[in-house]
Design a binder for this molecule. Structure first.
Ligand SMILES: Cc1ncc(COP(=O)(O)O)c(C=O)c1O
Length: 376
């Protein structure tokens, strides 16, 4: 076998650093707050629908995800024909890049945006362009300044992971307005349900009002069905038609379709999940302020802790402190997200968990600060 005969991937694929999900552990009592999963777990109705789906394992699923799309359309008051479902919103984001990127097309996202945008851009022969953020928030001027003739797509997670910041209604409209109409704007609303701020919108209205805007959503967060892989997009018909051509013909399992549909019907469960998140967030923000830890964003179900002032000296020491804190938490069976691969080596992203989980994490962080930082 000649090495030179080994089949080679596309050029861009060689430059991809593989996506690393949040760490966890099967150990008893382990606390996993590294992937923004819901501490409440899924609705009982969704679990029942999942189990009931076992009766039809030998039959292909409905390739149209009809039941799920109908429930989504009803809940969001949109036309069912403008919806496409995917195996997680990951799949839909990738389908979008696959369908529209030609070699050399540029894709813009903000500096500390969800890592997948870069991966899917490189996967699909595009050129990733990261627009500088200001105060860990997407900046419209900087995004617009990155636009060239080659710009094809702009991805904006709203709220963004891992910064937890968001563009408000006026800013989202301004962004769409200032982008050339031909540029596809993808508004990723993975955390939309948690964003309770008055000036927040999920961007749905932009999809019907403009030619090239898409909103993606997921069942992995507030619906707590991450393992089932369910996502969807609301988009103009011309985009839905294209994405339907290239998706897997049976991309959602029967269990996913049925459990997703059942989860939507359980409004109380969703409300409980959002309420728990909001209440805990208030408590946590107060506690972190008291501990003199600056917290960014907070529009979703996680907090981005800025740990730069754990060590005042220099950035190397600061980064060592953050690694030390993360290791200390791991030693105590607590898993949060190291976000150095997001260009944030002095930060940790912590999912808002249950009351008990949040207290334990806080106690351990305080303990570390007392033991280590105050002695340096
Ligand atoms: C901003 C953002 N978009 C999309 C996703 C992907 O979600 P899904 O589980 O639907 O693929 C995530 C997952 O963490 C996310 O943070």
């Amino acid at each position: 076998m000649k090495l030179s005969n080994l089949i080679k991937p596309r050029d861009g694929i060689r430059g991809i650093s593989r996506y690393k999900g949040g760490k966890g552990s099967q150990a008893i009592g382990a606390i996993k707050l590294s992937s923004n999963e819901s501490p409440l777990g899924p609705s009982d109705r969704a679990v029942k629908a999942y189990i009931d789906s076992a009766k039809s394992l030998s039959i292909y699923p409905d390739g149209n995800s009809t039941l799920l799309k109908e429930k989504i359309a009803e809940l969001h008051d949109v036309n069912v024909n403008n919806i496409i479902c995917g195996a997680g919103s990951d799949e839909i984001l990738n389908l979008i890049a696959c369908a529209y990127l030609m070699p050399g097309d540029e894709v813009i996202y903000s500096e500390h945006a969800f890592l997948l945008y870069k991966i899917i851009t490189l996967t699909n022969n595009g050129t990733p362009i990261a627009a500088k953020e200001v105060g860990l928030k997407a900046n419209i001027d900087n995004i617009i300044n990155c636009v060239t003739k080659k710009t094809k797509i702009v991805f904006i997670a709203n709220p963004n992971n891992p910064t937890g910041s968001y563009l408000n209604k006026n800013e989202l409209y301004e962004l769409r307005d200032r982008l050339p109409e031909r540029v596809l704007l993808v508004i990723d609303g993975a955390y939309a349900e948690y964003a309770q701020e008055q000036d927040y919108i999920d961007g749905k209205s932009l999809i019907s009002e403009t030619a090239n805007t898409v909103m993606t959503r997921t069942f992995s967060k507030v619906y707590a069905l991450a393992a089932l892989r369910i996502g969807w997009a609301y988009a103009p018909l011309h985009i839905i038609e294209v994405l339907n051509k290239i998706r897997g013909p049976f991309n959602l399992s029967t269990a996913a379709i049925n459990a997703g549909a059942a989860a939507i019907e359980d409004h109380d469960h969703v409300a409980k999940s959002v309420e728990l998140n909001s209440n805990e967030k208030v408590q946590l923000l107060k506690a972190y302020e008291e501990a003199q830890i600056h917290v960014h964003g907070g529009a979703a179900n996680f907090l981005l802790l800025d740990l730069t002032n754990l060590a005042k000296k220099n950035s190397t020491m600061q980064q060592e402190m953050v690694v030390g804190l993360n290791n200390y938490l791991i030693k105590n069976n607590i898993f949060v997200r190291n976000v150095s691969d997001y260009g944030l080596p002095c930060h940790l992203r912590v999912t808002i968990g249950s009351k008990e989980q949040n207290r334990t994490v806080l106690d351990k962080i305080r303990e570390y600060i007392e033991q280590v930082c105050n002695t340096k």
